[in-house]
Design a protein around this ligand. Structure first.
Ligand code: HEC
Length: 116
């Protein structure tokens, strides 16, 4: 699996599970995020990003007493690394147009599809 495939994998999960709270390039967080306290941070063009290990840990374990869910019980470490990689290394470099293109290019995958 090459880098692009991994980023595409991470993108698919991010777009499916994270956008509603954290937003994305050209995409505002949805109503779900409005009702949360503390509010989910917007990551796109943020200069206050967690480092790699921290982001991985948070995505896997969630943050207690907040709306940030733990994805460890439902997602393999491989998928969580893919999400982390997309979030930290790709998303901020995308334009809103590019993000929309990826939505068309990498349609939602079946979560149960076997990946490493
Ligand atoms: C139901 C809403 C919700 C969803 C869905 C959600 N998050 Fe969060 N997330 C939060 C909230 C709220 C916080 C902030 C908690 C706080 O301020 O302590 C947070 C915090 C984080 C942080 C820590 C940010 C920092 O600067 O320390 C990361 C990383 C993160 N989320 C990634 C993700 C990813 C990746 C996904 C999808 C796999 C996701 N979140 C899905 C609500 C959500």
């Amino acid at each position: 699996m090459n880098d692009t495939a991994m980023l595409a994998e991470g993108f698919g999960h991010y777009n499916e599970m994270c956008v509603s709270c954290h937003g994305g390039p050209g995409i505002d967080p949805g109503e779900l995020a409005e009702g949360l306290y503390p509010k989910p941070p917007k990551f796109y063009k943020s200069d206050d990003m967690p480092d790699t290990d921290e982001a991985f840990w948070i995505i896997k374990n969630g943050i207690k007493m907040t709306g940030m869910p733990a994805y460890g019980p439902t997602h393999s470490d491989y998928k969580i690394w893919a999400i982390t990689d997309f979030l930290l290394n790709k998303m901020n470099k995308m334009t809103p147009e590019e993000y929309q293109e990826w939505i068309k290019k990498y349609p939602e995958k079946d979560d149960d599809a076997p990946t490493p």
